[in-house]
Design a binder for this molecule. Structure first.
Ligand code: ADP
Ligand code: MG
Length: 398
């Protein structure tokens, strides 16, 4: 994995939380997010985490710290789109419990200001292509939109297709979904209407967490092809990038949702695929640290892509030539403390592993080891408290 960015975003209270007189337990400062234990005594310290971005969206535009949809897109979507034009596969995952704001951040609401990362990415992509003045450069775009529900794949752009689609493996191109509609689009209007059609077709079911909650992963994929003609040789080179924008199913544990029977089974399968996603990111991070330690080829750790349909299909977007962003959505309310804490820990643990792996390399003396640690931590914006722990860890490892 070349690069993983991690962002968190806290939404405003919802009606249910307001009705239960919920208290806010989230605070953000710069890139850090702190969570306070509900009914904490004055001496309790909050748990603090550092990310690439911490978005404060609990208040409104009148608050100078408020992060709106545009800001989230400008930081994350724009960068990922830039990587796609450079030829990388990119992937943005929205993670978090049901009702935490994943779909709002990815898709958004009807009005222009409230559009999320997906429509904004599509709009800017077409604006860039329309502005192209190089007659030797041409673009083409294809779109697919699928839903993975209980490890089964449905085509959201072809709702008439009955049943589930088969996941197969091409000997060269890798895993793919048989008969999934891949539609060519030439304008933003085209892509927008496909998006709206797909959103209407999403499977929704009720749980106690949210009146209408999405229990499936929605994967919106844009395949951007750039063809460039070399005027000297008349040869055409082609760059193909896959942009996968994934709205994951709610990460809540089954016991909190009051689920039973079919709903409980559903929860177990959803948690399994989220756990696999975590394991895949973890294994890729380990691989990256092995590469840093210059392990021999063939000693690569095993990446369990095949353990879930989601990771299997996104193999190309996670490993290899790719750029990934994990965006964790949070509720501000004390009543969701456990879930919010577990959401905050998920992306944090995975990236930490990468850094701890790197510093296990033998060092000549303590000073160069500490300098190396400080450099890694500075690059990754890790808080001073973590620095202390890592130094202690390094002392023990010596
Ligand atoms: P999820 O997809 O995680 O289940 P949603 O995105 O559907 O959650 O959000 C739940 C509700 O909260 C929706 O009504 C949505 O409009 C609202 N919401 C979520 N995030 C924000 C935000 N940043 N600002 C305003 N409203 C939000
Ligand atoms: Mg949703």
């Amino acid at each position: 994995m070349s690069s993983v960015k991690v962002a968190v975003r806290v939404r405003p209270f919802n009606a249910r939380e307001k009705g239960r007189n919920a208290v806010s337990i989230i605070a953000m400062e710069g890139k850090t997010t702190s969570i306070y234990r509900p009914k904490a005594v004055a001496t309790d310290q909050p748990k603090t985490f550092s990310f690439d971005y911490s978005y404060w969206s609990q208040t409104g535009p009148e608050d100078p710290n408020f992060a709106n949809q545009e800001q989230v897109y400008n930081d994350i979507g724009k960068e990922m789109l830039e990587h796609a034009f450079e030829g990388y596969n990119v992937c943005i995952f929205a993670y978090g419990q049901t009702g935490s704001g994943k779909s709002y951040t990815m898709m958004g609401m009807g009005t222009r200001e409230e559009e999320g990362i997906i429509p904004r990415t599509c709009l800017e992509m077409f604006e860039r292509m329309d502005g192209n003045e190089d007659s030797n450069l041409t673009y083409s775009v294809e779109v697919s939109y699928m839903e993975i529900y209980c490890e089964r794949v449905k085509d959201l752009l072809n709702p008439k297709s009955k049943g589930n689609l088969r996941v197969r493996e091409h000997p060269v191109l890798g895993p793919y979904v048989e008969s999934l509609a891949k539609l060519a689009v030439t304008t933003f209007g085209n892509i927008k209407s496909l998006m709206d059609e797909g959103n209407k077709a999403r499977t929704v079911a009720s749980t106690n967490m949210n009146a209408v909650s999405s229990r499936s992963h929605a994967v919106f994929t844009i395949i951007l092809t750039q063809k460039k003609r070399d005027t000297l040789t008349e040869l055409i080179s082609e760059k193909v990038s896959k942009i996968s924008l994934v709205d994951l199913a709610g990460s809540e544990r089954a016991k909190d949702t009051g689920a039973e029977g079919k709903r409980l089974q559903e929860g177990a399968k959803i948690n399994q695929s989220l756990t696999t996603l975590g394991k895949v990111i973890h294994s890729l991070a380990e691989q990256a640290s092995s590469a840093a330690k210059k392990k021999k080829k063939g000693e690569k750790s095993f990446v369990p892509y095949r353990d879930s349909v989601l990771t299997w299909l996104l193999r190309e977007n996670l490993g290899g030539n790719s750029r990934t962003c994990m965006l964790a959505a949070l509720s501000p309310a004390d009543i969701n403390y456990e879930e919010t804490l577990s959401t905050l820990r998920t992306p944090f643990q995975d990236t930490t592993l990468l850094y701890l792996g790197i510093i296990r390399t033998p060092f000549q003396d303590t000073t160069s080891l500490y300098l190396r640690i400080i450099r890694i931590l500075r690059c990754n914006n890790i808080i001073p408290l973590t620095l202390l722990c890592v130094c202690r860890y390094a002392d023990r490892a010596k």
